[in-house]
Design a protein around this ligand. Structure first.
Ligand SMILES: Cc1ncc(COP(=O)(O)O)c(C=O)c1O
Length: 392
């Protein structure tokens, strides 16, 4: 008899691990995982070293280091005019723990939470572990818009919350203000809270502005805003995240967080304060640098014969690969395997972001990551160009 609990038995191992393994095995250029292959800015690295050498090595307060919570509150006001007291900021082990603690702290078994599909891969397993039922609302290509009627129909008397990830992984969609207004109106009408995942908040393209749902009328008290350091400061391995919002929401999340991790790496929280206090010029140059890389990768994918759907934000570009791969390649997983083996470039099959019965919706898509050094992108460009020549 299996010793594995029912709670986790259906999870399997993630496609991300499998793609990384295959990429290593075939020496492929990895444009799969959303982790930069360049380092965090040196003032942030130096702040962490200073903190370690300044005896900041014991448990931080459970809610987080005061200077980090103050920096998070200041950052929210600086970029979004969102006013939160530092006491209403909870520091977590990345956005991932913030989301799990939010689901555990804000919903009961049998409750429902609405998610948009494609859906970031940790939310639904989090819900399953909490005994919560997901309700899916689709985002439709090419613009990844949702049907307001489908969304309205997803609200039931059991709906506790809705999760919005913007900028969105894997599509790069940035929810427009008018879309967020539709969501806000439904939350108010059904007395539902919103949990947002804004880890790509500073990576937007073509002048698109990231809109924070919590700043819309009536939403301050019913939105839990989650974000983290990883993507904005190229430090995904640090796993420093946060949840901010109304006192009752944050207190509920902390009831779970205190018994999951209790508190987060102290010196990295000190460095988070330095990072979040960096001048506007840091955030501007990050955006410009990503715009340049995104434009370049878009162009190289187009020249290789893909049809990319230009993202408005995030680390990713979704492409339609039909016309690039041979006929025997039937779906996104086969395509990703083919690309690694035959071309030497790794991407992620986005069916990983769909439930079993909807995986066909992703069958002709692939997700490529922009967050790579120029040398990595150049190497990928050469392999993709060679594929085009040999395919002609
Ligand atoms: C949408 C989204 N949320 C959360 C995370 C993970 O954030 P963290 O590393 O802060 O836990 C990722 C990482 O890929 C992501 O894409």
């Amino acid at each position: 008899m299996s010793r594995m609990a029912q709670r986790v038995a259906s999870f399997g191992t993630t496609i991300f691990a499998e793609i990384n393994r295959l990429a290593r095995q075939h020496g492929a250029i990895n444009l799969g995982q959303g982790a930069p292959d360049f380092d965090a800015p040196s003032p942030v690295l130096e702040a962490a070293i200073r903190a370690i050498c300044s005896q900041l090595n014991q448990y931080a307060p459970n809610i987080g280091l005061p200077e980090a919570r103050e920096a998070i509150a200041r950052h929210a006001e600086r970029f979004y005019g969102q006013r939160v007291a530092p006491d209403h900021v909870l520091i977590t082990a990345g956005a991932t723990e913030a989301m799990f603690a939010a689901i555990l702290g804000l919903s009961d078994p049998g409750d429902e939470i609405i998610v948009f599909q494609p859906v970031y891969d940790s939310y639904v397993p989090n819900m399953r572990m909490a005994g919560v039922l997901p309700r899916y609302v689709n985002l439709y290509p090419p613009d990844w818009t949702f049907d307001p009627d489908e969304l309205a129909a997803a609200f039931t008397p059991r709906t506790k919350a809705i999760i919005i990830n913007t900028p969105h992984n894997p599509t790069g969609k940035c929810y427009a203000r008018h879309e967020l207004e539709i969501i806000a109106e439904l939350c108010l009408r059904h007395n539902v809270i919103a949990i947002t995942d804004e880890v790509y908040e500073h990576i937007t393209y073509d002048g698109v502005q990231h809109v924070r749902l919590a700043t819309l009328d009536g939403m301050a008290d019913r939105t839990l805003t989650i974000s983290s350091l990883g993507k904005t400061f190229s430090a995904t391995g640090w796993k420093v995240g946060w949840a901010i919002g109304a006192p009752e929401l944050v207190e509920s999340v902390n009831r779970a967080h205190q018994f999951i991790t209790y508190s987060v790496a102290t010196p990295l929280q000190a460095a988070a304060a330095t990072a979040l206090n960096l001048p506007d010029s840091y955030f501007e140059s990050l955006r410009a640098e990503f715009q340049r890389k995104r434009d370049w990768l878009l162009e190289m994918l187009r020249s290789a014969g893909f049809q990319p759907l230009a993202p408005q934000g995030s680390y990713f570009i979704m492409v339609d690969w039909r016309g690039v791969a041979p006929e025997y390649v039937r779906n996104d997983v086969q395509f990703a395997e083919w690309l690694i083996r035959e071309v030497g470039v790794a991407c992620i099959p986005p069916s990983a972001f769909y439930r079993a019965e909807d995986k066909h919706l992703a069958a002709h898509f692939a997700r490529f990551a922009v967050c790579k050094r120029d040398e990595t992108l150049q190497a990928a460009a050469e392999r993709l160009a060679a594929m085009r020549v040999s395919g002609d």
